[in-house]
Write a protein that binds this ligand. Structure first.
Ligand code: F6P
Length: 473
C-alpha cells in the first residue's frame, strides 16, 4: 500500500517539557487542520522539526514515541543548525528576498548556505528511511527548497509535490541570490510545483528557464525529459470551523464583553505575526493620519492590534519590535484622553476563541502587508462574519487580494490612501457591507482548505499519470 508523506520545517504541534516528560499539543494552524485528514489516515505521516532542541538521545527517543502516536516523525536540529539553516539562510536570505526586501536585509553568509544544504540533506535522509517506491511526498515551503531535488536523486520514480507558502519574487529579485541555480534545481526535483498565485507561478517559470537550460511550454518545464507542472493553488481556510466557533458559549461571552467595552466606538482589528513584511509601521502611520485629518473620529475609534512574537533571534525582528513599541507609545501619548486610548496593542499570542470573538465583533479588519504569499487572517475574518456585516481592508500585495476582490483594496505604501480607506470603511452603509461580505464569504467557503488539499493531491496523481503515459509511448 502506498502512502503519503508530508514534510515541512515545523511539525504541526507544540511540544513542551513538563514534570520531566514531554507534552504535545496539536497546532490550530490552517495547514495542520487542512492536512489532518491526510497524515492521520493509513500509514501516512508528517515529518518535520519538533520546534524544541532535544540533544539527549534518550529524550529524543521519548519525543519520537510520543509523536509516533500522532503519525508524526521528528527531525531533530541542533542549536547551530537552527541558527544557520532556519534563522540565517531561511529568514535572513530567502525571506527578505522573496518579500522584495533586497540587499538591506539579506545576509549572504556562506556558512548559512552550508547549514541550509546540510539540513535539507538531513530531511532527505529522514524521508528516505520511510519512503518506498509508489509513495507520494508533499514538501512545504521555503525552508526546504532543495529537498525535492535531493529526494529525486535517491528515488527517481517517487511522486513529489512542492508548495511554496510565501511569494516567489520576480526574476530581478531572485537572481540576486548567490545560490539561485541550486535552489531552482532543488524545486524542479518535484513533479508538481505549486504557488498561491498565478504571478508567483509565472515568476518561477521565468527564473527557471532564464537561469537553467530548460524549456517550458505554457506551465510545464521539461527537466531531462521529465515534465514538471507549475500551477497556482490559492490556499483556503477551514471556514466551517471559524463559523462554528462564533456559536460556542465561550466565544459568545467574549464577544458580548467586547461589544459592551466598545459600545460607542468602532473597532478596527489587526492580527499579525511580528514581521516587517506585514506593514505594521505603515499601518500605524495611516491610523495616525486618520486621527489627525479626521478629529471627528477621536474617541470614536479604537485600533486593536495583536502582534504575535516571531523569529526573535533574527536582528531585524528585534529592531522592528522596538520601532512598533515606540510608534504605538507615541500615537497613544499624543492622542489619548482619560477615557480613551486610540491603540490597544498586544504583543503575545491569544487562544483561537479570543481571536474568533474579535473577528466576530470588529467593525473593520485591517490587513495591509507590504507583501504576503496569501494571508489567512483576511479569510478568517470573513469566515467569522456570520452576521454578514463588517469591512475588510486588504493590501493588494497579499495573495488573498486576487480572490477577495470585494474588500477595500489598498496599496500599503500609500499611507494617504490607507487613511482614506479607513474613512470609507468607517462610513460604509450596512447594505454595502453586506453586499461585499456575502460575496467574499462565498469565495472563502467554496475555495476552503479541504478543496485546496484535494485539488493539489489530485493534480500530483494526474501529473504522475501523464509522465507514465509519455514514457510508455
Ligand atoms: O508564511 C510562511 C510561514 O513559514 C508559515 O508557514 C508559518 O506559519 C509562518 O511563516 C511562521 O513561521 P516560523 O515561525 O516557523 O518561522
Amino acid at each position: 500500500m502506498s502512502k503519503t508523506i508530508i514534510v515541512s520545517n515545523r511539525l504541526p504541534v507544540k511540544i513542551y517539557e513538563d514534570d520531566g516528560g514531554f507534552n504535545i499539543v496539536t497546532s490550530e494552524g490552517g495547514l495542520a487542520t487542512g492536512l489532518g485528514s491526510v497524515y492521520r489516515s493509513g500509514d501516512n505521516v508528517w515529518l518535520g522539526w519538533p520546534g524544541i532542541e532535544v540533544t539527549d538521545e534518550a529524550q529524543q527517543e521519548q519525543v519520537k514515541q510520543k509523536l509516533a502516536e500522532k503519525s508524526l516523525v521528528p527531525v531533530f536540529l541542533s542549536a547551530d543548525e537552527i541558527s544557520g539553516y532556519y534563522e540565517g539562510f531561511s529568514n535572513e536570505i530567502l525571506w527578505p528576498i522573496f518579500h522584495y526586501y533586497a540587499s538591506t536585509y539579506s545576509n549572504y553568509k556562506q556558512s548559512n548556505w552550508e547549514y541550509y544544504s546540510a539540513v535539507n540533506k538531513k530531511f532527505m535522509a529522514a524521508v528516505m528511511q520511510i519512503a518506498e517506491p509508489g509513495d507520494t511526498i508533499w514538501i512545504h515551503d521555503y525552508q526546504l527548497l532543495l529537498l525535492p531535488g535531493l529526494i529525486r536523486a535517491e528515488q527517481p520514480d517517487v511522486s513529489i509535490g512542492f508548495f511554496l507558502h510565501i511569494p516567489f519574487p520576480s526574476f530581478e529579485m531572485f537572481r540576486l541570490i548567490p545560490w539561485r541555480n541550486e535552489l531552482i534545481e532543488g524545486m524542479l526535483g518535484a513533479d508538481l510545483v505549486g504557488f498561491h498565485t498565478f504571478d508567483d507561478a509565472s515568476h518561477f517559470i521565468t527564473a527557471a528557464t532564464r537561469l537553467l537550460p530548460y524549456n517550458s511550454t505554457s506551465n510545464v518545464i521539461t527537466v531531462d525529459d521529465r515534465p514538471v507542472v507549475v500551477e497556482s493553488f490559492p490556499m483556503g481556510i477551514d471556514d466551517e470551523k471559524y463559523a462554528a466557533l462564533t456559536t460556542t458559549d465561550r466565544v459568545k461571552q467574549e464577544a458580548e464583553h467586547l461589544k459592551e467595552t466598545f459600545k460607542d466606538k468602532k473597532l478596527i482589528l489587526c492580527i499579525d505575526r511580528l514581521d516587517y513584511s506585514k506593514g505594521i509601521l505603515q499601518r500605524l502611520q495611516a491610523f495616525e493620519m486618520l486621527l489627525e485629518a479626521h478629529p471627528e473620529y477621536r474617541e470614536k475609534v479604537v485600533l486593536h492590534m495583536i502582534v504575535v512574537p516571531s523569529r526573535d533571534n533574527v536582528p531585524q525582528y528585534k529592531e522592528l519590535k522596538e520601532n512598533i513599541d515606540r510608534k504605538v507609545g507615541d500615537i497613544n501619548a499624543r492622542h489619548r484622553t482619560i477615557e480613551w486610548s486610540p491603540i490597544n496593542y498586544f504583543y503575545r499570542a491569544f487562544p483561537i476563541e479570543t481571536l474568533s470573538a474579535l473577528y466576530h465583533t470588529a467593525d473593520i479588519c485591517l490587513v495591509t502587508p507590504m507583501r504576503d504569499g496569501m494571508n489567512l487572517v483576511s479569510k478568517e475574518y470573513v469566515a467569522s462574519r456570520t452576521q454578514e456585516t463588517g469591512v475588510l481592508i486588504l493590501s493588494e500585495m497579499a495573495g488573498a487580494s486576487k480572490e477577495l476582490i470585494d474588500a477595500i483594496i489598498v496599496n500599503p505604501s500609500n499611507i494617504n490612501s490607507m487613511a482614506k480607506a479607513m474613512v470609507k470603511a468607517l462610513s460604509m452603509p450596512v447594505f454595502e457591507q453586506r453586499r461585499r461580505m456575502k460575496l467574499m464569504r462565498q469565495v472563502v467557503s467554496k475555495f476552503n482548505i479541504k478543496h485546496w488539499v484535494r485539488i493539489f493531491m489530485e493534480r500530483i496523481r494526474e501529473v504522475k499519470q501523464m509522465q507514465q503515459s509519455m514514457r510508455s509511448r
